[in-house]
Design a protein around this ligand. Structure first.
Ligand code: NAP
Length: 350
C-alpha cells in the first residue's frame, strides 16, 4: 500500500484511546480518520466528547472528528480497539468479519487458539496463527491480533531473554500497578490515598495464563504453552502511570549474575532489526543503581516503550530476583498495539 493507513480507534475517549491519539499524531504510517466510543460521546466532536487527561491538547487533526458508534462500517482501513472487555468480543468480531484488521488491547480474544497474542520482540512467529484464523472463520474477511495485559507485557519481555538463554523453571511476580491501569475515573481517591489495594479483578489469572502462552512454542497445531509455572499477585498503588513488578525466577541452567544482566541488557529482536517506528532501540534497559527502577524516573524510557529492570540479585529461595517497570498505557497498551500494526505492515500482513 502507498500512502498512510486510515485508522479507526474504538474507545477513543478513554485512557488508552487518548494515548493512541497522542502516539499516532504525526506517525509516518497512520492517519486517524474515525473515532468511536459509548452513546455518551456519539454524535459529538472529539473535542466536545472527550475530557482530555494527557498533557497538552488533543491532536488538532482529531478534534473535529465526530465520534461514532463502535460498529462497522467506519471510514478506515484498520481498527485499534481499546474497548472494555465485556463489549469487545462482539464488537471486534464484527469488525474482523466485515474485513477490518483489528488490533486489540482488550482481553476478549487474547486466549483464543487462533488469535496471536503478540509482543513483536518476543513471539513474532505467532503471527502465523493468522493463517489458522482464516481457515477457522470462513466468513471473516479481516482478522484480529491482540496485545497482552499491561503487566504481562513487561513480565514476558523480561522473561524472554532468560528463557531463551537459560530456560525458566518457575516464576513468581508481585505487581505494583498504577492508577491509570484502571481506566478513567478508575479507583476512588478515598480508597487509594494512603493505601495499597491488594486486589485487581482477573489480573492475576491474566498474567499467569498469558505469559505462558506468549512464551509458548508455535507449531502447525497451534501454541504449546511454556512449560513453567507462573504465580502472580497484583496490587494497585498510588502512582499515576508505570506498572512495576518484583519478580523471582528459577532457571533450568546455572547462570552467573553478570550473565543474567547481559542477557537482559543485550536483548534485541525483529522490531529493532526492521527499525519499526515505535520500536525502542533497547527493549530492556538494565539499571545498576540500588534504588531503580522507579515509576516517575523510568516509565518514559525509550519513549515509554522500553522496560527498565534493576535490583538484579541472587535469590535465597529461587535463583534470581529483579524489579521490572514499564509504562502501562504506552508499552502496556497503545504503544504495544501500534508496534503490532507496524510489524504487520513490515511482514506484509496488512
Ligand atoms: P476507560 O478509560 O474506561 O475508557 C473506556 C473507553 O471505552 C471510553 O472511550 C468509553 O467511551 C468506551 N466505552 C465504554 N463503554 C462503551 C460502550 N458500551 N460502547 C462503546 N464504547 C464504550 O478504559 P481504558 O483504561 O482506556 O481501557 C480500555 C481497554 O483497554 C480495556 O479493555 C482495558 O482492559 C484495556 N487496557 C487498559 C490499559 C490501561 O493501562 N488503562 C492497559 C492495557 C489494556 P465513553 O468515554 O463514551 O464512555
Amino acid at each position: 500500500m502507498t500512502g498512510k493507513y486510515r485508522v479507526g480507534i474504538l474507545g477513543a475517549t478513554g485512557t488508552v484511546g487518548q494515548r493512541f491519539l497522542q502516539l499516532l499524531d504525526g506517525h509516518p504510517q497512520f492517519n486517524v480518520t474515525a473515532l468511536a466510543a459509548s452513546g455518551r460521546s456519539q454524535g459529538k466532536t472529539y473535542e466536545e466528547s472527550c475530557a482530555w487527561r494527557l498533557p497538552g491538547e488533543p491532536p488538532a487533526s482529531a478534534r473535529n472528528i465526530v465520534v461514532e458508534a463502535p460498529q462497522p462500517p467506519l471510514d478506515c482501513d484498520l481498527i485499534f480497539s481499546s474497548l472494555p472487555g465485556d463489549i469487545a468480543r462482539e464488537v471486534e468480531g464484527s469488525f474482523a468479519d466485515a474485513g477490518y484488521a483489528v488490533i486489540s488491547n482488550s482481553s476478549a480474544y487474547r486466549m483464543d487458539e487462533d488469535v496471536p497474542l503478540l509482543i513483536p520482540e518476543v513471539n513474532h512467529e505467532h503471527l502465523a496463527l493468522l493463517d489458522k484464523q482464516r481457515a477457522l472463520h470462513a466468513n471473516r474477511k479481516g482478522f484480529i491480533v491482540t496485545n497482552p495485559n499491561c503487566s504481562t507485557i513487561m513480565l514476558a519481555l523480561a522473561l524472554a531473554p532468560l528463557h531463551a538463554r537459560f530456560g525458566i523453571k518457575a516464576v513468581i511476580a508481585t505487581t505494583m500497578q498504577a492508577l491509570s491501569g484502571a481506566g478513567y475515573p478508575g479507583v476512588a481517591s478515598l480508597d487509594i490515598t494512603d493505601n495499597v489495594l491488594p486486589f485487581i479483578a482477573n489480573e492475576e489469572e491474566k498474567i499467569e495464563s498469558e505469559t505462558r502462552r506468549i512464551l509458548g512454542r508455535f507449531s502447525n497445531d497451534g501454541i504449546t504453552h511454556a512449560p513453567f509455572a507462573v504465580s502472580a499477585q497484583t496490587n494497585r498503588v498510588n502512582v499515576s502511570d508505570g506498572h512495576m513488578a518484583a519478580v523471582r525466577v528459577e532457571l533450568r541452567r546455572k547462570a552467573e549474575p553478570d550473565e543474567v544482566s547481559a542477557a537482559l541488557a543485550s536483548f534485541t529482536s525483529l522490531p529493532q532489526e526492521l527499525k519499526l517506528h515505535s520500536a525502542p532501540e533497547q527493549p530492556i534497559i538494565v539499571r545498576s543503581e540500588i534504588d531503580r527502577p522507579q515509576p516517575r524516573l523510568d516509565r518514559d524510557a525509550g519513549r515509554g516503550m522500553s522496560v527498565t529492570i534493576g535490583r538484579i540479585a541472587r535469590d535465597t529461595v529461587m535463583d534470581y530476583r529483579f524489579v521490572t517497570l514499564s509504562h502501562n498505557t504506552i508499552r502496556g497498551a497503545a504503544g504495544a498495539a501500534i508496534l503490532n500494526a507496524e510489524l504487520l505492515i513490515a511482514t506484509n500482513r496488512l
